[in-house]
Design a protein around this ligand. Sequence first.
Ligand code: C2E
Ligand code: CA
Ligand code: CA
Length: 641
Amino acid sequence: MLNNSFSLGVSISSLLICVVNLIYTLILRRTDKIQNRLFMALLCILIVNSITGIVTAFYSAEATVEHGISALKMARYAYFATHTALCPLFFYYVSNVSFASIRLASRKIFLLSLPFFVTEFLALFNPVTNIVWSYDENMAFHREWGEYVIYLAAFFYFVLAFLIMMRSWDFISRKRRTALIFLFIMVAAGVLIQLLNKNLKVEVLAEAVGFTGLMMSVENEDDRLDIGMGFYNRTALSMDIGSCLKNDRKLKLIMIRIRNYDLVNRLVEAGETNTIADILSDFLKSVVPRYYIYVPEKDTFVLTLYNYNDRQAEVVADRISSRFDNPWDYGEYSIQLNAAVILADIPSQIRSTVELSYMIESPLPDEKDRDILKGQDLDFIMRRHAVEDAISRGFAENSYEVYYQPTYHIDGRLHGAEALIRMHDKTLGNLYPDEFIPIAEQNGLIDDIDEFVLEEVCKFLQTGVPQKNGIDNINVNLSVLQCMRPGFVESINRIVNRYGIDKKLINYEITESIAASDYDTLSHVIRKLRNEGFLFSMDDYGTGFSNVSNIFSLNFDVIKIDKSLLWDSEKSELGMVILESTIRMIRQMHKKILVEGVETEAQIELLKKLNVDYLQGFYFSKPIPKSQFIEHITEQHASRK
Ligand code: C2E
Ligand code: CA
Ligand code: CA
């Protein structure tokens, strides 16, 4: 009697838990993914099992009367018919959550599902066979060997699910791991207790509690979703793709990068919300279900296509790409979006989550009439990977070298030099800074590179050779991140002091675009370093859109006018006006002017007329290795004497 009340209480508890879980799932509309549906199916099984538990407990006392007997038998039947499916379904659920391939060869699928079909058959035909359980003439319940077969099959699926989870372990978030482990422990404990003492019917309750953990941590995807947009975030993308790669799951990715994101966002003044996501949302959802859409960056959308062949994926990419030929309606606006569409295959083109990040972060190859980037167009991802490796091994393999490009007074006398980094990699050959500096800035190795350049320049100056041959100072490029870093001033001072170099021999170049980005920090850094005696140049002037009065209050010694201004002046009248007026303005501020990119005699004549101070360019010399540079300047110095 006591035993029956215990069973009744336990069954009612598990029923309540499962019903609440199901109601929440429905209210929160977590119902559209396969994973969601499997979860609901699992809950339904447990609900049926709880009800059969209640019926069994209720009628056990009436096992002598007719209707009691049939109720008990029906409850047992319903219990075994449904519960047998629980573990196979749970295995399917875990495979789904961890993106394990469900497109196995049919033979494998057959073998995998065989235990399920056999045991389900046993359970369904028990009334005829009495293989799983039976009641004797005294209405005492007996477990038969069939039940142990069912337990064995359940154990098989349970272990498989566990193995699948372990295989994808690295790509399961901590929250999910905890919930899954908790569930495994609960189920194992429940089964064990009930096996050891059949009066303690706690298995279903343990499972119900375990599934509650799943609902809170796996079905609840708040940490994977961008709440505002309703699409998955970057973490979710790399976890999911990581799992797919780990489980040999093939798929296609379509990445859409909105090239004019900033412009559009400013245009509609959306503030915090992601306008583009708003605009694209309905269209993207018409291409794939919402749970296949990710927004790893505010201007980047990724769609995952499972079970598409090359041709089908291309059709989808075409459809997306051509949609961008037409404007998009957004409130009162009609907006033209400029999108790059990339179609990539996993795993043949993206072989790791690192390469996935490259695809998301790397600047894309130049616009090609809004074509779709695919196949060999994606080599930039591998190139980027290769360059990143080369940067990392660069110091160990002595790949870096500092070249020098001389600069001249307008009358042709030597003035100084700019130090420019080069990289000679064993496999990739010679690399130029335009390619590897941006990558080094992203992976943090830029600090080491810039430090290396500064040390090389200090060593060179320490020899006294440049100074003896008419070099007033050597220019060193500073990168954005470097100057903004705390402790930057101290670290530069330390290096230069170590070599005992006169600080006015070093002239730091800072590009205009950096200067505009964080004016306050930069002005502080420059003031401190100028007090130490260092000189400063503004690099690439005329390429940014900076506030002119801010820039000039930074007190640079030299303004370097970008080569594009010089070259454009030869192409159009407007170009000439811009160059002339830029130079005139800087003159009026009493700053020294250097013009870069001088390649012809005609340009020199023009610049003489415009009255600039210094020149730099291939006309005089390309950047050259130190030894060659020494030859070059000693020769010129000697001929001047
Ligand atoms: P930048 O500071 O504007 O450097 C001038 C670039 O223009 C150099 O390219 C130089 O080779 C090139 N150049 C100079 N005169 C002429 C000319 O007459 N015609 C043409 N067509 N080009 C000319 P480089 O060496 O490839 O450097 C590219 C950029 O990489 C540099 O632009 C600079 O922003 C960055 N960089 C180079 N070395 C370093 C470094 O040591 N540290 C950092 N942070 N950045 C560096
Ligand atoms: Ca420079
Ligand atoms: Ca420059």
